[in-house]
Design a protein around this ligand. Structure first.
Ligand SMILES: [Zn+2]
Length: 493
């Protein structure tokens, strides 16, 4: 079979980070509160309750539209999407259908080949989130489910892409870039559970398209796509065909499963929402000034701090990371930026992922201090990693946090000899630290050297003791003995 081309399009639902819900004044800050505590007649859909549009959520949606190079429609409109599901107690969702807020944009990502690639955006529309079902037991064999309407009415935007992605990796890059852009716009908080959910359209060129719904974690997308592509390819290789269908992603098992329900567009009986007026917001969108976005910041990091393209991409790929970097290097951008870029991008991120920690938990001042110790050659890169791990573990375990200098002393990892920055970067060209220590000890202890010359045996042991102290017990005693004898002989002592 010829090369099977993978075609992926995404529909991304993002919660807009407003203070109140889309059509009522209920607070969106519900995650630490009990179920059904952030509800009112409007978001519960009680008879006679009238929706009032939250202006801020439309402003947020327009920022996104502008950042994604979309054109905002002269007139957009809310519609009712009618269906029954227990998490939707009013039996319709207020969304946008044939007149969405914005259409026709694009987002640039790094393609698999390395260059920039445009992923076209079909449309962006605003809608309300339904409530949330909590299944007691597993989805398949739970005894019952509980419903929580705290989430009902939270503003969402749905961003629909064209099927322009060619691999799960490109889909991940698209989501990364999209998430970063939304965070730079201050309209979205990716750290909040459930703030981003994805449906994916996947096909192998020439075959039917499958929609995979309910990918609720950001990390699940790549896995769900990989599973689905493998499933489709193996069907085709066995001469079977791929059915056009909707499947659900079962996160815990990492598989997709055919959905029994098969709604079609016309089943939803869309009609314009009678309680809300059409939107005319074009003049408003022209007045919106966008902040610095990831691409611009990436270019600035390269120009201002001399970051490599890869480091700049990584550092600006997340708002928190970019802010952390700039905070860390603020005191001395010229000196600190090169090690900061390397240490954050190549070491810190991995250590954070390993601990499932957020960059917010890292103390920027402490990190600057660690970089300074490394630059001064007080510790080696290897010890630097050890110190960093202690710093992160103390934060993670909510222990009292020591400064890097204190950790260095406690772990006893101070380098024996101070070397210059260049030397610390390449441990192999550091002069033999034992020899340097011997020279130092002999200069510092002329008395003991003289005693040894006079034949006092204790003097040799005293010098060894001094050397052990200087090398912090890191040197091999036999090696110390041999080298000290050699040096003393050379000096004619
Ligand atoms: Zn409400």
């Amino acid at each position: 079979m010829a090369e099977e081309q993978v075609i992926v399009g995404l529909e991304v639902h993002c919660q807009l980070d407003t203070k109140s819900k889309l059509f009522c004044g209920c607070s969106t800050d519900y995650r630490s509160d009990g179920p059904n505590t952030h509800v009112c007649p409007v978001c519960l859909g009680l008879p006679g309750a009238m929706p009032v549009l939250n202006k801020r959520s439309i402003e947020y949606a327009m920022r996104v539209a502008k950042a994604l190079n979309c054109s905002v429609l002269t007139e957009s409109e809310f519609s009712r999407k009618n269906y029954f599901y227990p998490d939707l107690d009013k039996a319709y969702q207020i969304t946008q259908y044939d007149k969405p807020l914005a259409e026709g944009g694009y987002l640039e990502i790094e393609s698999d080949e390395g260059g920039e690639k445009r992923i076209r955006i079909t449309r962006i529309h605003v809608e309300e989130d339904p409530g949330r079902l909590v299944h007691m037991g597993t989805t398949e064999r739970g005894k019952y489910s509980l419903v929580d309407y705290n989430r009902a009415g939270i503003p969402l935007i749905e961003i629909v892409s064209e099927p322009d992605m060619r691999s799960p990796k490109e889909a991940r890059k698209f989501l990364n870039k999209l998430r970063a852009t939304l965070e730079y716009l201050s309209v979205f908080d990716s750290e909040k559970e459930g703030s981003l959910r994805v449906d994916a359209n996947i096909s192998i060129k020439g075959s039917e398209r499958v929609e995979v719904k309910n990918i609720s974690s950001y990390k699940g997308v790549e896995k769900a796509l990989l599973f689905e592509i493998t499933r489709q390819k193996s069907l085709l290789r066995r001469g079977q065909k791929v059915d056009r269908e909707t499947r659900h992603y079962l996160e815990a098992r990492g598989v997709t499963q055919s959905s029994r329900s098969k709604e079609q567009e016309h089943d939803y009986r869309y009609f314009p929402e009678p309680d809300l007026r059409p939107l005319h917001v074009q003049a408003w969108v022209d007045g919106i000034v966008l902040p610095e976005l990831p691409d611009a910041r990436r270019e600035r990091f390269i120009a201002q701090y001399g970051c490599s393209l890869n480091h700049a991409r990584t550092l600006t790929g997340e708002l928190r990371l970019a802010n952390f970097f700039e905070k860390v290097v603020a005191a001395d951008p010229k000196g600190l930026a090169p090690p900061a870029a390397t240490w954050i991008a190549d070491t810190l991120i991995g250590e954070l992922n390993y601990r499932n920690m957020s960059i917010d938990a890292v103390d920027a001042d402490g990190f600057t201090e660690l970089l300074t110790l490394l630059r001064q050659g007080t510790i080696t890169d290897k010890s630097g990693i050890e110190v960093l791990r202690v710093m992160l573990d103390q934060r993670l375990n909510k222990q009292s946090c020591e400064t890097p200098a204190v950790i260095v002393e406690r772990l006893n990892v101070r380098k024996v000899i101070s070397v210059s920055l260049e030397q610390s970067l390449s441990a192999s060209i550091v002069p033999n630290p034992i020899l340097t220590a011997i020279t130092e000890v002999l200069t510092e202890q002329p008395g003991a050297t003289e005693d040894f010359r006079k034949g006092k045996k204790g003097a040799f042991n005293f010098l060894i003791g001094q050397l052990m102290k200087k090398t912090r017990g890191c040197a091999d005693p036999a090696e110390l003995n041999r080298l000290l004898k050699e040096e003393l002989t050379k000096k004619g002592v």
